[in-house]
Design a protein around this ligand. Structure first.
Ligand code: ATP
Ligand code: ATP
Ligand code: MG
Ligand code: MG
Ligand code: MG
Ligand code: MG
Ligand code: MG
Length: 281
């Protein structure tokens, strides 16, 4: 009958591609807003940095981290967020499309759900905000830390440029072309100098959220910076020891209960990681 015929169709399942992420590697899922340049204009985002939009990104990302205890840490800037899965994570048997699509849809759902909290006077209209996503595997702690550093350096470079560019336009009365030409070939020190001499802005005094981006992680007890001897520091850059299954499960429970924090810290220097040894262990 009908159910025997099903057997004739089942072969289509074999067309599915295997997309298992390399075992025992740190998985980073980075999402990015689609066409946010247009979205900024549509909802009159303040330039260069609209706080409501940043707070909304952080609120959606915090919800994602809270719902997925396999995420160790997340880092966000502009319209993007990177979510790091622990190397021992076995969510969806590490199938890339399952992991990426879950992150993208959970994030997007919260972004749209929380929108009215941050943009009270501007209801969403079509086309709705959407995000793309990808997963990348990093085999070593050093590779993962370099990835995180790369994103935070990008945040710094873009924010210094955008702060100077928009000061020239908004406070200096230049048009976009003039400001762009003035900044062509300038170094960080030149931009700092332009901000200070022309507009009395000390870039160091800009809000941390803009200079450093946002980092989200689970909060346990901080380790005192001076409790670290050299041997211990060397140990932390080394690879974590493989865990037993029960240990892994109890860690997962502990992560589910921990408070999820949003902060704006330097994640390039060793200090951040040394004081929070649970993040990479
Ligand atoms: P794509 O779909 O290729 O990602 P895009 O228009 O989203 O295109 P991005 O390179 O992702 O391009 O850049 C995002 C844009 O949104 C940048 O111009 C950035 O300045 C702007 N943007 C993001 N967040 C904010 C914010 N909080 N305030 C002001 N502008 C923002
Ligand atoms: P997973 O996260 O692995 O997808 P799941 O619980 O979503 O787990 P699925 O295999 O996707 O499992 O199955 C979805 C379930 O929801 C099925 O039991 C299906 O019958 C039920 N379901 C889906 N849509 C409807 C609907 N409109 N009315 C009633 N039941 C539905
Ligand atoms: Mg993109
Ligand atoms: Mg974008
Ligand atoms: Mg972007
Ligand atoms: Mg389902
Ligand atoms: Mg289903």
């Amino acid at each position: 009958g009908k159910w025997q015929i099903q057997g004739r169709f089942e072969y289509v399942k074999h067309f599915e591609q295997v997309d298992i992420l390399l075992p025992n590697t740190w998985v980073v899922v980075r999402i990015d807003g689609r066409g946010f340049t247009k979205l900024c204009a549509k909802y009159n985002f303040e330039k260069p940095n609209d706080r409501r939009a940043l707070d909304l990104m952080n609120a959606a990302a915090k919800a994602v981290v809270t719902e997925l205890p396999d995420i160790t840490i997340a880092y966000g800037v502009s319209d993007e967020y990177s979510f790091v899965f622990h190397k021992t994570c076995n969510l969806f048997e590490r199938r890339s499309s399952k992991i990426v699509s879950t992150i993208v849809s959970t994030f997007t759902a919260y972004y749209i759900f929380l929108w009215p909290t941050y943009f009270q006077d501007q209801p969403l209209s079509l086309p709705l905000p959407s995000f793309d996503g990808r997963a990348v595997c990093y085999p070593s702690v050093q590779n993962l830390r370099d990835y995180m550093s790369w994103r935070q350096v990008d945040c710094h470079i873009n924010n210094l440029y955008n702060t100077t560019f928009w000061s020239l336009v908004q406070l200096g009365g230049m048009d976009a072309k003039e400001a762009e030409n003035l900044l062509k070939g300038t170094l960080a020190a030149d931009k700092n100098e332009i901000l200070f001499s022309k507009f009395q802005i000390n870039y160091n005094n800009e809000p941390e959220i803009l200079k450093k981006g946002s980092v989200i992680y689970r909060d346990y007890e901080l380790v005192e910076p001076d409790s670290h001897d050299v041997a211990k520091e060397a140990d932390e850059l080394a690879e974590p020891v493989p865990q037993s299954k029960t240990q892994h499960e109890s860690d997962r429970k502990r992560r589910t209960k921990a408070r999820v924090l949003v902060d704006h810290l330097d994640i390039i220097k060793d200090d951040f990681w040394q004081r929070r040894p649970w993040l990479l262990s």
